[in-house]
Design a protein around this ligand. Structure first.
Ligand SMILES: NC(=O)c1ccc[n+]([C@@H]2O[C@H](COP(=O)([O-])OP(=O)(O)OC[C@H]3O[C@@H](n4cnc5c(N)ncnc54)[C@H](O)[C@@H]3O)[C@@H](O)[C@H]2O)c1
Ligand SMILES: O=C(O)C[C@H](O)C(=O)O
Length: 308
C-alpha cells in the first residue's frame, strides 16, 4: 500500500507519522513544494522507526510527482492554514489554486488513486477536486467530520467526567465554525443517551465548544492544529488501506442524499478499499434538517467563489 501525502507541513507530517506508527502501509511519500523540506521531515521521521517500531518506508520529495506514481491513496494537505481571528473560508483565494494544481498532478501519475482532501476551506476544496478531475465520486473524500467528532467526544467526556473511550458521537455538516452539526441527540455514554448525564445547558456548551474547536486551538497555537487532524486523516487512510468498513462522517459529493445535490458536505459514510462505499442516510429531526440546510447554504456560498 503506497500513500502519498502532499504538504509536509504540520498536518502532512503528523499524518505521515501516525500512518507509520500504525504500521499498515509499506510506503509513505511526503511531497512539498519547499526545497528539501519533505526530505528533511521524512528523514527525521525515519529516524524514529527503530524507536517507535515501524517498518513503513517514508520518503521525502520536492515537487517531483513521478515519485508518487501508483499511489493507492493521496492526501492533500498543501496550502496555507488560518491565523487567529480568521475563518477557514478566507483561505480560498490561495488554497483553491494550490489544490487544483496538486490534484491534477497527482492523478497524472496515479489515475486510480483515492484522494483525501484536508486543505481548507475543506468542503469547497473537495468540491473543487470533484469538478477539476475525472475521478469517480466515491474516490474523493473530504476530512473534517472525523476530526470534529473526535473533538466532540473529547468535550463530551470532559463534561461527563468519564473516559473518552466511553462516549460516542458524531458531527455532520460543513467543516466550518458555524456549519458543524454535533448530533447531541444521538451521542451516548456506553449506549446511554448523554442527556441522562448532562443538563441541556451543559450539552449546549459542549456543542458550542465543539463547533469552535479549530478556532480555539488556532488562538492558542497561533496557527491551526495538527495532531488531531493528522490522527483523523491516518484513521481514514487505515480504514481504506485495511478495508475495515468503519463509519466516519466525511465530506462526500451528494446526489440526492439528505436532499442535497452537487455539493460536498459532511455525512456518515462507510470507508473501505473503494473509498466511500456507502453514504448512510440517518433520520434527522426537523431542527437537525434545518441545521443541515443552513450548513449546506454556507458551503454553497463559498463554492460559488470558485472559478471552475
Ligand atoms: N480539514 C481539516 O480538518 C483540517 C485540519 C487541519 C488543517 N487543515 C488545513 O490543512 C492545510 C495545511 O495546514 P498545515 O497546518 O499543515 O499548514 P503548513 O503551513 O504547516 O503546511 C502546509 C504545507 O503545504 C506546502 N505547500 C504549499 N503549496 C504547495 C504546493 N503547491 N505543493 C506542495 N506543497 C505545497 C507548504 O510548503 C507547507 O509545507 C491548511 O489549509 C489548513 O487549514 C484542515
Ligand atoms: O481550524 C482550522 O483552521 C484547521 C482545521 O480545519 C481544524 O479544524 O483544526
Amino acid at each position: 500500500m503506497k500513500i502519498t501525502v502532499v504538504g509536509a507541513g504540520a498536518v502532512g507530517a503528523s499524518c505521515a507519522e501516525y500512518i507509520a506508527i500504525k504500521d499498515f502501509a509499506s510506503e509513505v511519500v511526503l511531497l512539498d513544494i519547499k526545497e528539501g523540506y519533505a526530505e528533511g521531515k521524512a528523514m527525521d521521521l525515519m529516524q524514529t522507526a527503530s524507536l517507535n517500531g515501524f517498518g513503513t518506508k517514508i520518503t521525502g520529495i520536492t515537487n517531483d510527482y513521478s515519485k508518487t506514481a501508483d499511489s493507492d491513496v493521496c492526501v492533500i494537505t498543501s496550502g496555507i492554514p488560518r491565523k487567529p481571528g480568521m475563518t477557514r473560508e478566507e483561505l480560498i483565494g490561495i488554497n483553491a489554486g494550490i489544490v487544483k494544481t496538486v490534484s491534477s498532478s497527482l492523478i497524472q501519475y496515479s489515475p486510480n488513486t483515492i484522494i483525501i482532501v484536508v486543505s481548507n476551506p475543506m468542503d469547497t476544496m473537495a468540491y473543487l477536486v470533484h469538478k477539476s478531475t475525472n475521478l469517480p465520486k466515491h474516490k474523493i473524500i473530504g476530512m473534517g467530520g472525523a476530526l470534529d467528532s473526535a473533538r466532540f467526544k473529547y468535550r463530551l467526556a470532559e463534561a461527563i467526567g468519564g473516559p473518552i473511550s466511553d462516549v460516542d458521537g458524531m458531527v455532520i455538516g460543513g467543516h466550518s465554525d458555524t456549519g458543524m452539526i454535533p448530533l447531541t441527540r444521538l451521542a451516548t455514554r456506553n449506549g446511554v443517551p448523554v442527556s441522562e448525564f448532562l443538563s441541556e445547558e451543559r450539552l449546549n456548551q459542549v456543542l458550542e465548544d465543539t463547533k469552535v474547536g479549530g478556532a480555539t486551538l488556532t488562538k492558542l497555537l497561533g496557527t491551526s492544529a495538527w495532531y488531531a487532524p493528522g490522527a483523523a486523516v491516518s484513521a481514514m487512510v487505515q480504514a481504506i488501506a485495511c478495508d475495515t468498513k468503519k463509519v466516519f462522517p466525511c465530506s462526500a459529493m451528494l446526489e440526492g442524499e439528505y436532499g442535497f445535490n452537487d455539493i460536498c458536505l459532511g455525512v456518515p459514510v462507510v470507508l473501505g478499499k473503494n473509498g466511500i462505499e456507502d453514504i448512510i442516510n440517518i433520520k434527522l429531526n426537523d431542527a437537525e434538517i434545518a441545521n443541515m440546510k443552513e450548513s449546506a447554504d454556507g458551503v454553497q456560498n463559498v463554492n460559488e467563489l470558485l472559478e471552475l
